[in-house]
Design a protein around this ligand. Structure first.
Ligand code: IPE
Ligand code: IPE
Ligand code: MG
Length: 246
């Protein structure tokens, strides 16, 4: 069920919204700490926020939503926290399997699956299978994802294809096709809640010309209204792409 009225959805749909929004889900731990709760309580609320914001983005006409949920660096957290994050991801995927068809939701994993548990990998196989039958809104779930890792993997495969005659030359357009995001438009807008002003190894290639929106609100407190504010700010930006203004 959508979080906001149908009228609001229609109003939003009339606006120009970015085709692709990327979000770094940050601030769960601090949200919990402020309330005297364990960090993991923040992750549980953050997972609910992720569901709500996903539906909202779909309803206002965004086509692709890239969500940074677990980085290649996040393995360096205490094992109990990593285990809880993995448990929540498992729950998310498990529930998504039931909902994807009726919610018209495609889920694509960006990241190295080999380090994930067999249980999570088998849930991903099921979401992949369902996604292949759905056309529509797409969530790129960035899970064990690192921007540098993605680029190194792409370079390795591309170089091998050139060496074995399957590709001619190495160029930007060709390179993009070896990334998890092959065929997708780059995000026009990156949103990072939680107050930090950095990209923390997220979508290093794809964010080259994205508008960046940083906000102090912690992710568990993030609402559809915050998405609207970010889009309004994005619409006010002057995107020049290196050219001079007419
Ligand atoms: C984001 O919240 C969740 C993940 C990185 C997995 P954090 O856990 O980073 O929360 P803070 O930044 O410590 O508050
Ligand atoms: C970025 O948040 C990674 C995810 C949200 C998945 P972090 O909390 O891990 O990033 P840093 O440590 O503040 O750079
Ligand atoms: Mg953080």
């Amino acid at each position: 069920m959508a979080l906001f009225s149908k009228k609001e959805a229609e109003r939003s749909a009339e606006r120009a919204v970015p085709r692709h929004i990327a979000i770094i889900l940050d601030g769960n731990g601090r949200w919990a700490k402020k309330r005297g709760l364990p960090r993991t309580a923040g992750h549980a609320v953050g997972a609910e926020t992720m569901r709500k914001i996903t539906r909202y983005c779909r309803d206002i006409g965004v086509e692709y939503l890239s969500l940074y949920v677990f980085s290649t660096e996040n393995w360096n957290r205490p094992p109990e926290e990593v285990a809880e994050l993995m448990r929540l991801l498992e729950k998310y995927l498990y529930e998504a399997i039931d909902d994807m068809a009726k919610e018209n939701l495609r889920i694509v994993i960006f990241g190295d699956k080999s380090r994930l548990s067999p249980k999570i990998r088998s849930l991903i196989e099921r979401t992949d299978e369902i996604t292949s039958h759905i056309e529509g809104f797409q969530v790129n779930l960035c899970l064990n994802y690192g921007g540098r890792d993605e680029i190194v993997r792409a370079a390795r495969r591309y170089a091998q294809d050139v060496a074995e005659g399957r590709a001619n030359d190495i160029d930007e357009a060709g390179f993009s096709q070896y990334l998890y995001s092959a065929g997708l438009p780059d995000p026009e807008l990156l949103i990072r809640p939680g107050g930090e002003m950095r990209t923390s190894n997220f979508l290093m290639w794809q964010l080259a010309y994205s508008e960046m929106y940083f906000v102090d609100t912690l992710w568990p407190d993030f609402t559809p209204h915050d998405i609207d504010k970010a889009i309004d700010e994005y619409l006010r930006r002057d995107r020049r792409f290196g050219k001079v203004k007419e």
